[in-house]
Ligand binder design. Structure first.
Ligand code: AGP
Length: 599
């Protein structure tokens, strides 16, 4: 979470930093700030709310070294004081991650912190360690810390340098014509530099701009700790590492920052991304056809993991694999990694992650690797940490997804997982030829009546059976996430085992019925709900199921195996339309960020 961008070089950097922040805003948008330094001091402004709030400050500054941050709060409320950069004496810092022992460190500080953040504690510790060398100060402070971090630190004692460090949080260094950049995400650097360098796990890097009288070119120096060592010890035994610069990866179109809404012809980015689904599935089908996979039928146990939407794709995968008779466990990454799981011999971990940067999913991959288990990632971002760390990768081609609520990436994840399921059992892979046109039809589904019925409701159920249950969970998540309406994705047959008591007159029950085998059971469940006063909404391609509905939503008719990929589309549309009707912002739901890089 949170976005970092920094620059030291020959040019005034306020514009670069602001541009970088705009591109990183999808990582968190509850506050933002920037700090610049010269020998005369540190100049900082930080404000609650969107990046836009620090625009005029950034664009006015003429300094050539600076750091900036867009925040998603972990320690302390989103307010001006808790926003980054933190400034203390001659030092300023931006931080992504969590210093887990911040409270113990706080009690040792001589000067009280002004904010509630763990990050400011780290800054005070750095200042206390300073004896003339900024890199050494950062290094000594970090040896006292446990947790995760990507940091960038500046000091007016050294206005020509930025010291950065990372542990379990992404950080990228970029070299441009006129200076050196650092950012938490390569998106921030696009168009600003030509080459990048990815600091290894548990490393420190010093970026130094040329002081005309001393040096010709910028310098980047780095030191690495013991990769993977937790606690502070990793940083202590440092050694220089090889600084290999590589070309900036070519990024897909529609990069953050989001182009202005007017220019994309939609009211919101989420809407635009739903409309892009036909293109996304068509490109993903092409990408899957080129996949390079291990000998999967030899794998004995498959574990599937991910978070949020990505996990829902794993649930759909589980049903498909079970139908093929292949043993599978699907578990949320946060649970899997903390559950002391012992993977049986000859297992495969399938990790699904749009961004490839989700902390819990990365931790699950690392856990599997530590037990010598093969790992396969399904991701939308080729240069992501997950793609680099896993043994194998299947790439979805959803294109950049900027709206916080995942849409097109989910459809593509389902495709990749259905493809993988077939590969795991040596069956022919699904035929996706007609999928783009079927998705086009699903995008056209009329959801107006459904939105009207849900407006002003305070809760709802989304029901389904087997793969439709996975879609029900995803639909419920979309509605919670952007409409702030409590909705629960539930297996239809479970309703009568307790939750039916919640149903009263007008309570909405939405059912997804795409599998003929589930028709009878779903009809029973809908009738049970209706006889207790529920308002029923049904998404189906079958007239028989639609006849049970107060509000029917007709799905395009396709081969049943592909139906979950289509059925989710009207649910995504219901969420976005309901959100707009409630005058909320689907692209920036409260409390959330696109990429959850903290645990
Ligand atoms: C879904 O709309 C979410 N915003 C969220 O659940 C997301 O899918 C989850 O955080 C996982 O992200 P990832 O796919 O980038 O790992």
């Amino acid at each position: 979470m949170c976005g970092i961008v920094g620059y030291t070089g020959k040019s005034p950097c306020g514009g670069f930093l602001y541009e970088g922040l705009k591109r990183l805003e999808y990582r968190g948008y509850d506050s933002a700030g920037a700090a610049f330094c010269t020998t005369e001091g540190i100049f900082c402004q930080k404000k609650r709310g969107k990046v836009q709030n620090v625009r005029s400050f950034c664009l006015r500054r003429r300094e050539t070294t600076g750091i900036a941050h867009t925040r998603w709060a972990t320690h302390g409320k989103p307010n001006d004081l808790n926003a980054h950069p933190h400034v203390f004496g001659h030092f300023a810092l931006v931080h992504n991650g969590i210093v887990e022992n911040a409270e113990a460190l706080r009690s040792q500080l001589l000067t009280p912190c002004r904010s509630e953040t763990d990050s400011e504690v780290l800054l005070h510790t750095i200042a206390a360690c300073y004896e003339g060398d900024l890199l050494q100060a950062v290094r000594n402070a970090l040896t006292q810390c446990s947790g995760s971090w990507a940091i960038a630190v500046i000091s007016d004692y050294h206005p020509e340098e930025i010291v950065c460090a990372r542990r379990q949080s992404p950080l990228v260094v970029g070299k441009g014509k006129n200076g050196i950049f650092v950012a938490s995400d390569v998106y921030a650097l696009h168009g600003l530099c030509e080459q990048i360098f990815l600091p290894p796990e548990d490393s420190l890097v010093r970026l130094r701009r040329p002081a005309a009288e001393r040096e010709e070119a910028e310098r980047i120096e780095g030191i690495a700790g013991d990769t993977g060592v937790t606690g502070g010890a990793g940083i202590a035994g440092v050694e220089a590492f090889d600084m290999q610069l590589s070309p900036l990866p070519v990024l897909p179109q529609a990069m953050p920052p989001m182009p202005p809404i007017q220019s994309i012809g939609h009211r919101t980015h989420m809407e635009a991304e739903i409309e892009e689904i036909p293109r996304a599935v068509s490109d993903t089908a092409r990408s899957l056809a080129q996949a390079n996979l291990p000998d999967l039928p030899k794998v004995q146990a498959v574990f599937a993991t991910g978070c949020g939407t990505a996990f829902h794709a794993c649930v759909a995968f589980r049903y498909r694999m079970q139908r093929y008779g292949k043993p599978i466990i699907a578990e949320q990454a946060g649970e899997l990694r903390s559950g002391c799981v012992r993977f049986p011999k000859n297992s495969l971990l399938v990790a699904v992650t749009q961004s490839g940067e989700t902390a819990d999913t990365l931790a699950a991959i690392r856990l599997a690797k530590s037990q010598n288990v093969q790992t396969l990632v399904i991701t939308n971002v080729r240069h992501s940490s997950a793609a680099r760390e896993a043994d194998f990768a299947l790439f979805t081609e959803a294109g950049t997804e900027t709206a916080v609520a995942a849409t097109k990436s989910f459809n593509c994840q389902l495709m990749a997982l259905y493809f993988l399921a077939a590969k795991c059992v040596g069956r022919p892979v699904p035929d996706f030829t007609d999928l783009p046109s079927l998705c086009e039809a699903a995008v056209e589904a009329d959801v107006t009546q459904a939105v009207k019925k849900l407006y002003k409701k305070r809760g709802m159920f989304c029901l389904g059976q087997n793969a439709d249950y996975a879609i029900a969970r995803e639909g419920a998540l979309k509605i919670k996430e952007i409409c702030y309406l409590f909705s629960e994705g539930y297996p239809a047959a479970e309703l009568k085992h307790g939750s039916l008591s919640l149903i009263e007159s007008g309570f909405p029950v939405l059912a997804i019925v795409t599998q003929k085998s589930a028709l009878k059971k779903m009809k029973n469940t809908l009738r049970e709900a209706k006889s207790r006063g529920a308002t029923t909404l049904v998404l189906s391609q079958y007239r028989e199921a639609l006849a049970e509905a107060d509000v029917p939503v007709l799905l395009p008719m396709a081969e049943e195996d592909l139906m979950p990929i289509l059925a989710v589309i009207p649910l995504q549309k219901i969420a976005v339309e309901l959100c707009l009707k409630k005058k909320l912002s689907p692209d920036y739901p409260r409390n959330l960020a696109k990429s959850v890089t903290v645990e």
